[in-house]
Design a protein around this ligand. Structure first.
Ligand code: GTP
Ligand code: NA
Ligand code: MG
Length: 280
């Protein structure tokens, strides 16, 4: 990054773990909403992107990933667009196949992890058993002489949440996350779909710069112009800066998750770049 005007940006945190270990519930507890109740069968089918503002004013962006086997690709993607991964392990269930897969994705992406031992309200939960089991997968938490942070939580009882966000912010500080908000935006597509009413939609995470209504962009092999931006609360917003997840309207086609969205000077330039990308 040749930008000189770098300013602190919020961390992007991906929540990963085995199916039903409480990833969405934990995120709900942090956001004070109830997404789980709205999910068909309580199963996350997509990557949800949210930003939480803490009492201190600090912000954290979160990506929720599905734990089901079918979504390996989404978890791999989640690990690569993130600064920190929170691995959620149900304290009464232990390390399961998607927990181990999530640990491996995180390591492969070279991203620091924090382990959240969830469901501590359940009588069968045993945090020390989880800490010991993690050793077999080369994850050493502090209590075991290692450097990985862990925290005992209950998404249901809303306990351990402040400790979790404190640890996320501490880790984020070490990473010295910075971006220039005063440039043409670059963002990564988190998910995209064709909406019957609104047309092609993409949820993107802004990496640098500020994305604004009216901006002309190229995404994948498509070009477009931002017709509207919608935040994670469903509200229309005029702009989205670094680390902010936002839904973009005004695409000419449905891009792929992981595609780069880049704002360009004008429509001629957008067509030129899109055409070039179609040829390579
Ligand atoms: P997928 O998205 O399907 O992979 O699941 P998930 O990891 O997002 O889990 P989800 O939040 O859907 O929770 C699964 C179940 O565990 C739900 O019935 C939750 O109510 C329950 N649950 C989540 N957290 C806790 C907790 O801290 N304590 C207890 N007792 N139950 C919890
Ligand atoms: Na679930
Ligand atoms: Mg979920």
């Amino acid at each position: 990054d040749v930008d000189t005007d770098l300013q602190p940006r919020p961390p992007v945190v991906t929540i990963m773990g085995h199916v039903d270990h409480g990833k969405t519930s934990l995120l709900d507890a942090l956001r004070g909403t109830d997404v789980v109740a709205g999910e068909a069968g309580g199963i996350t089918q997509h990557i949800g992107a949210y930003q939480v503002t803490l009492k201190s004013g600090a912000k954290i962006s979160f990506l929720d990933t599905p734990g089901h086997e079918a979504f390996t690709e989404m978890r791999a993607r989640g690990a690569t667009i993130t600064d920190i991964v929170v691995i959620v392990v149900a304290g009464d269930d232990g390390l399961m196949p998607q927990t181990i897969e999530a640990i491996n994705h995180t390591k492969a992406a070279g991203v620091p992890m924090i382990v959240a031992i969830n469901k501590m309200d359940k009588p069968g939960s045993d945090a020390n058993k989880i800490r010991t089991a993690l050793l077999q997968h080369d994850v050493q938490v502090e209590a075991m002489g290692g450097e990985v942070q862990d925290v005992e939580v209950s998404a249901l009882k809303k306990t351990g949440l402040d400790e979790l966000t404190d640890k996320i912010l501490l880790q984020a500080e070490l990473l010295e996350l910075r971006a220039n908000p005063d440039r043409m935006a670059e963002a990564t597509v988190v998910e995209a779909k064709l909406d019957k009413g609104k047309g092609p939609l993409a949820t993107v995470l802004v990496r640098r710069g500020t994305l604004r209504t009216g901006d002309i962009f190229v995404v994948g092999t498509e070009s477009g112009k931002v017709r509207a931006l919608v935040n994670d609360k469903g509200q229309q917003v005029k702009e989205a800066g670094p680390s902010v997840p936002v839904e973009v309207l005004g695409l000419t086609g449905v891009p792929m998750a992981g595609d780069n969205l880049a704002v360009v000077e004008n429509e001629a330039r957008a067509r030129e770049v899109a055409l070039y990308r179609q040829q390579v």
